[in-house]
Ligand binder design. Structure first.
Ligand code: AMP
Ligand code: MG
Length: 338
């Protein structure tokens, strides 16, 4: 299959036509690029799983462009869901809600809930509006590899597998949306992302944090199926290091492994006499999130075998970065002595 790379605004119409015909196309969002198809057409949705090589038990997020579009998709809207939508939509927040009958099983992996998001990216919203359909869209990478934050990343993974990619430039956030479930008594954070736990709590009060966010919990206990897989991983082996700045610098300068790199903060790069990939300033978690996936892909392009990543603090967006890094590292994390 030939993959056409379209250049945004003027090309929304042909992309919307493909979506109405039951095809799969990649579109930009503010989090990462999405691989979109008509969420109401189970056959179209199956093509997403095929292109990504995604396990069928990992459900998809349904994207809408107007609040009213949610009504036929869910059986009930809890007041806290409305409060979160008022505060954070359009934006990088996904809500898990009780599904309606019109959602095909392919979207929900057979479950009785559906994940919904109203993205902020103007091109994503223009595509949804132009085709007049809710769009199921997971990240537009092959399953397991780092999520794409540019159209070039999408082409690297999807060229020849889908008919079109719509280029909307670099994704501003750089990590996937926050996923929160509103079906239980207490709202439950299933995946940290572009909206922080602190922001959620400021609107709806107490939330539970699913243990799978920070740990390798037993597979059948995972409430967000996507969390159980090794994920976001480059070909290079990743080790996540918790340490002081000095201990990280010392560790990197002493280790002699070939084709290794330090994924480090801007403040320490100059003192590391090895190859470095600078992820951003230590306290700028937004900058770190923005750069993370592009650097994991760059490490592979450079032919590196080993990435030692310095872990940021787990507050704010740092929690989302940590959650992606431990999965990229397949849970290989170590403390360095000070
Ligand atoms: P992706 O779009 O590739 O980032 O993956 C979507 C994420 O949303 C995965 O982690 C899924 O497990 C999660 N998700 C989607 N639908 C549901 C649902 N109904 N319940 C819980 N998690 C969901
Ligand atoms: Mg994904």
């Amino acid at each position: 299959m030939k993959t056409t790379l379209y250049k945004t605004t003027e090309d929304v119409a042909p992309v919307a036509d493909l979506l109405r015909q039951g095809e799969v196309v990649a579109i930009p969002t503010e989090t990462v690029y999405g691989l979109a198809a008509n969420a109401l057409d189970g056959g179209a949705v199956l093509k997403i799983f095929a292109a990504k090589n995604r396990p069928a038990d990992n459900p998809l997020i349904v994207h809408i462009s107007e609040w009213e579009q949610i009504i036929p998709l869910v059986s009930h809207i809890p007041p806290k869901a409305k409060a979160l939508a008022d505060a954070f939509w359009p934006g990088p927040l996904t809500m898990v809600l009780p599904r309606s009958e019109i959602i095909p099983d392919e979207v929900t992996a057979g479950g009785d809930t559906v994940a919904i998001r109203l993205p902020a990216h103007p091109v994503a919203r223009a595509v949804i509006s132009a085709c007049g359909l809710p769009l199921a869209a997971p990240s537009a990478n092959r399953s397991g590899s780092p999520s794409p934050t540019t159209a070039a990343h999408v082409m690297d993974d999807m060229n020849g597998l889908i008919p079109a990619v719509l280029d909307g430039g670099e994704c501003a956030v750089g990590v996937e949306s926050t996923v929160i479930s509103l079906v239980g008594e207490t709202p439950r954070l299933l995946r940290p992302g572009g909206i922080t736990p602190e922001q959620l709590q400021s609107v709806i009060g107490a939330i539970e944090i699913d243990p799978s966010i920070t740990a390798n919990v037993h597979l059948d206990k995972v409430s967000s199926p996507g969390m159980k897989y090794k994920h976001y991983a480059p070909k290079a082996k990743v080790t996540l290091l918790h340490s002081s700045r000095q201990a990280f610098i010392r560790f990197m300068n002493e280790q002699a492994e070939e084709h290794s790199v330090a994924l480090c903060f801007a403040e320490e790069a100059k003192e590391i006499h090895k190859q470095t990939l600078c992820i951003g300033h230590e306290n700028d978690h937004n900058e770190i999130a923005h750069n993370l996936f592009a650097l994991l892909r760059q490490a592979d392009e450079m032919g590196l075998c080993r990435i030692y990543a310095h872990c940021p603090e787990k507050t704010g967006m740092g929690l989302a970065v940590y959650n992606r890094l431990i999965r990229a590292a397949a849970f290989d994390e170590r403390e360095l002595e000070a």
